[in-house]
Design a protein around this ligand. Structure first.
Ligand SMILES: Nc1ncnc2c1ncn2[C@@H]1O[C@H](COP(=O)(O)OP(=O)(O)OP(=O)(O)O)[C@@H](O)[C@H]1O
Length: 556
């Protein structure tokens, strides 16, 4: 396991800042430690030599200043560590969320549970990494050589002993690290599978209850939790063992230096002042390296999580560059495509789609789709089940891979145009709370008049303050569908959007309500917006300005 992933420094400005600030603090701390050791050794020697107490003033002041600087730099380390962890976590979270936003279908292999674990407790583990481990690592790299030079200058024999025994500690650490890596990785995987299992059970709890299988999940969760507990104990065992090994190695090294100084002092080959200076300094030479070992285990979870996050970010970048053949967003490919059929200038306003090809998992599900919709038009796309209606909407939202030309108000469809589009999918996706809360979701500050309008246009004839249960329970399928439509309309009005996309908004409505909805959507479009709805029923299509029929699905 690498002590510091170079990608972290490359990607994160905060991490670079942390290492630079840490380097400066380490130098300050090394200087203060040397000053403290020198002042203490001089003070004791002068005292033993019977020097006049008046001559102690300057040395005492230096001792005090050095001790204060050491304490201050220690406190600054704490502060820089926690601020660094916070900033790096925020940067990685932002980058990951932005990558997910660019590819709402998800980064390959990133399940909801993995994303939740990584973005939550995973990256939180970086607190230990930045707060405890990295400061000691920087101290080891920057301060230890400075301290060894100081020791060597005072007594080259002690310096030589340190140079010989010091590398033993990293060798022990590397051996222990190899054992830890596998254990820690298993631990991280267990945490992920625990989250995944828990999310799955939670998501399907109502179904499990209905079929009387809920109790069985208790055993399943208990098994995964037990596995996690036992792997945690394994990590702790390795941690204690390695802590003991490192302490032993460091203590023996200091003892070796002390014995050599003691013997030479007794033999009269060496004077007291440099001997004391080296003895005071010796533990500090080994301390950062010892602390690196001790903090290593606490920080490995953070290391694993940051590596996971960096792998995902690399993968998202590779996907965006098209290097892996994974689906790209509409923004990525549509913008790169030359205009098909030699179309010259895009329409200044409205939706213009030419020869659009929508792909799912690399295979086309819709081909040769054209449409020109001017502001004020209500367009209905009809097609049987599986003909690609939802995929078309996904493409317009930038959620599916496309080829061809698609522009809204002259701008290629994709992440940039998404803010001008309001959308409601086939499933209502309502939340616990009032109907009003659901309709105003994300735009709670919009004027109340918009809510009333959205409710009317969506065909919601229920009180806005009616409280819904978790997942929007308490409404019929048709009622939930109308609330979802009202929410999309509300978003369109609140953001002054240009395009409203509705995926089968009338599939659960009776014919009268379906016709009424068609009329209201046309009324909404007339205000200068484009409304595009999909359906496989004729009722909605009657109200449309334009109906586009998708080709029949080939049957095997
Ligand atoms: N996320 C996806 N990944 C892979 N293939 C998909 C995905 N979503 C849809 N498809 C495939 O794309 C094709 C078109 O599906 P789509 O959902 O767009 O049809 P639809 O016309 O909306 O159908 P329905 O009226 O039943 O909702 C189908 O063959 C389906 O299997």
């Amino acid at each position: 396991m690498r002590p510091l992933d170079p990608r972290l420094l490359r990607r994160s400005r905060a991490a670079r800042g942390f290492v630079l600030a840490g380097g400066a603090l380490a130098l300050l701390q090394a200087g203060a430690t040397i000053g403290f050791a020198w002042a203490l050794a001089t003070l004791v020697t002068r005292f033993i030599d019977g020097a006049a107490p008046r001559s102690f003033g300057g040395i005492l002041a230096l001792l005090l200043v050095a001790a204060s600087v050491r304490a201050l730099s220690g406190w600054l380390w704490e502060w820089v560590g926690s601020a660094g962890a916070m900033r790096v976590k925020a940067e990685l979270r932002d980058d990951l969320l932005a990558a997910l936003e660019r590819r709402p279908g998800g980064i390959r292999n990133l399940t909801t549970a993995r994303a939740a674990t990584l973005l939550g407790p995973g990256l939180d583990a970086l607190d230990e990494y930045f707060g405890r481990y990295l400061p000691q690592l920087v101290l080891t790299v920057v301060a230890t050589p400075v301290l060894i030079v100081a020791v060597w200058t005072a007594d080259w024999v002690s310096g030589l002993i340190m140079v010989i025994v010091l590398p033993l500690i990293p060798v022990f650490m590397a051996l222990v690290g190899m054992a830890t890596e596998a254990v820690q990785r298993r631990q991280w995987q267990r945490l992920q599978s625990l989250s995944k299992g828990f999310l799955e059970v939670l998501g399907g709890l109502s179904t499990l209850l209905v079929f009387g299988r809920a109790e069985r999940q208790v055993t399943r969760i208990r098994t995964v939790t037990d596995a996690y507990r036992s792997s945690t104990m394994k990590v702790l065992r390795v941690t204690f063992l390695s802590g003991f090994t490192l302490e032993l190695a460091a203590s023996l090294s200091v003892a070796l230096v002390a014995v050599s100084i003691g013997l030479r002092l007794v033999a009269g080959d060496f004077t007291l002042a440099p001997g004391l200076f080296v003895l005071v300094l010796a533990p500090d030479v080994f301390l950062p390296l010892r602390n690196v070992g001790a903090a290593f285990h606490a920080s490995t979870a953070g290391l694993e999580a940051s590596r996971d996050a960096l792998d995902l970010l690399d993968q998202a970048e590779a996907d965006a560059a098209g290097g892996t053949g994974a689906p790209a967003t509409a923004a990525a490919t549509v913008a790169a495509q030359p205009h098909a059929r030699g179309a010259s200038e895009p329409d200044p306003a409205g939706l213009r789609i030419r020869d659009l090809r929508v792909l799912r998992d690399g295979s086309p599900v819709l081909e040769g789709f054209d449409v020109d919709a001017a502001p004020g038009e209500f367009v209905v796309v009809m097609g049987e089940s599986g003909s690609g209606k939802s995929s078309l909407l996904a493409a317009l939202l930038g959620f599916a891979e496309v080829e061809g030309e698609a522009a809204l108000d002259g701008e290629p469809i994709g992440a940039a145009t998404r803010s001008r589009i309001a959308w409601s999918g086939q499933s209502s996706q309502l939340l616990a709370g009032t109907i009003a809360d659901n309709v105003r979701l994300g735009h709670a500050d919009a004027p109340g008049a918009l809510l009333d309008r959205a409710l009317r246009l969506g065909g919601v004839d229920l009180p806005a303050d009616r409280v819904l249960g978790p997942g929007g329970t308490g409404l019929s399928g048709g009622q939930a569908q109308r609330v979802a439509t009202a929410r999309a309309v509300h978003r369109l009005l609140a953001t002054d959007g240009r395009l409203l996309l509705l995926d089968e908004p009338s599939s659960a409505l009776d014919p009268d309500r379906e016709r009424a909805l068609g009329a209201r959507l046309r009324e909404l479009a007339r205000e200068g917006r484009i409304v595009l709805a999909t359906t496989h029923r004729a009722g909605l299509a009657d109200a449309a300005d334009r109906v586009i029929r998708l080709p029949e699905v080939a049957r095997v």
